[in-house]
Design a protein around this ligand. Structure first.
Ligand code: SAM
Length: 317
């Protein structure tokens, strides 16, 4: 592991096994993070093999370059700072013949959470930022201080699945009338106080769900995922595989729905007695049920506890 970038890869063996790495294959790691999965892919590549590792976070790109430099391999690699929403452009420019495997390991890295100044964590005081790509303009500060009460409640309710979204939105609006809400701990305290006393001190921290929601909103995580999963699956070569690791039900639902739409591409209205669109599926779901971490992995890496791996393959015609 890189000394300055802490992130333990989740479901490492299961992911690599199901990507069916071929020595001469071309692979894309859409979420390079600390370069953990990338280094495992690269180590299996031969002379004609290629790995393209992407991350929208400049720190992750630096960490991945450092990590991949140390991998014993004959394979080639490219590390790009980009958004995986642009996967079609990236493939067209670098591997126009298509790819044999694509990986998306969603969410934030431990590094992003641990670096207080990035503003992802409610445990440490920092400016409200939460941008994965610090070149983007929208920060959590803007969401918290500029959104209407209705929009805030919607974001917190939808992306945080927070039952007290309305109360929290009202508390934020009330507080920011006095002065803008500037830091993570300030916001965490407002959320805590908005929670009814009976739930304030039990279970997980009251700010956990709201912080998840804000992070998803700032980084447009679900909008991007929805578009990118289908795009990525359609860029695979025959027998190529797309593996997606998700960390919460909102992400997993998007992946599950996208995979089943790809497998059954019929677009006839549900009341049609027979299919008339005659669209042919090019994909087969490999993981009928999501692959979960073993209890041993969960004991060693708490972050893996909510992970789910799904895989889809492009059919050989
Ligand atoms: C869970 S970490 C990946 C860890 C990595 N698999 C490893 O083994 O070290 C998720 C990474 O995805 C990146 N990311 C999230 N959404 C992205 C997007 N739309 N485009 C590119 N990178 C993204 C984040 O910046 C973060 O570094």
């Amino acid at each position: 592991m890189n000394e300055s970038f802490k992130h333990e890869s989740v479901l490492p063996d299961e992911t690599i096994k199901h990507l069916n790495i071929k020595k001469d294959g071309k692979y894309i790691d859409c979420t390079a993070g600390g370069g953990g999965h990338s280094s495992m892919i690269l180590s299996q590549l031969g002379k004609k093999g290629l790995l393209i590792a992407i991350d929208r976070d400049a720190d992750a790109v630096k960490a991945t370059i450092k990590r991949l430099e140390k991998v014993k391999t004959n394979g080639k690699y490219i590390v790009l700072k980009d958004n995986f929403l642009n996967i079609d452009k990236i493939i067209e420019e670098n591997v126009p013949e298509g790819v044999d495997g694509i990986l998306m390991d969603l969410g934030v890295s431990s590094h992003q959470l641990d670096r207080a100044e990035r503003g992802f964590s409610y445990h440490e005081d920092a400016p409200l930022d939460m941008r994965m790509d610090t070149e983007e303009t929208k920060t959590a500060y803007q969401v918290v201080n500029n959104y209407t009460k209705e929009k805030l409640a919607l974001v917190i309710g939808r992306y945080g699945e927070e039952k007290y979204a309305g109360r929290i939105a009202s508390a934020i609006i009330h507080k920011r009338k006095e002065t803008p809400i500037k830091t993570t701990t300030e916001l965490a305290e407002i959320i805590k106080a908005a929670y009814p006393p009976k739930d304030r001190f039990k279970g997980k921290h009251p700010a956990r769900k709201t912080f998840q929601a804000l992070r998803i909103e700032v980084n447009k995580e679900l909008e991007i995922l929805e578009k990118a999963v289908t795009k990525a699956a359609n860029l695979l070569k025959p027998e190529g595989r797309l593996a997606v690791i998700s960390f919460h039900s909102l992400e997993d639902r998007i992946v599950k729905v996208a995979f089943s739409t790809l497998e059954k591409p019929c677009i006839c209205p549900p009341y049609f007695p027979v299919c008339v669109c005659k669209r042919v599926s090019r994909h087969k779901i490999i993981s009928k049920k999501p692959i979960l971490p073993t209890s041993e992995e969960i004991d060693n890496n708490r972050r893996s506890r909510s992970s789910k791996l799904r895989i889809i393959e492009c059919i050989k015609t």
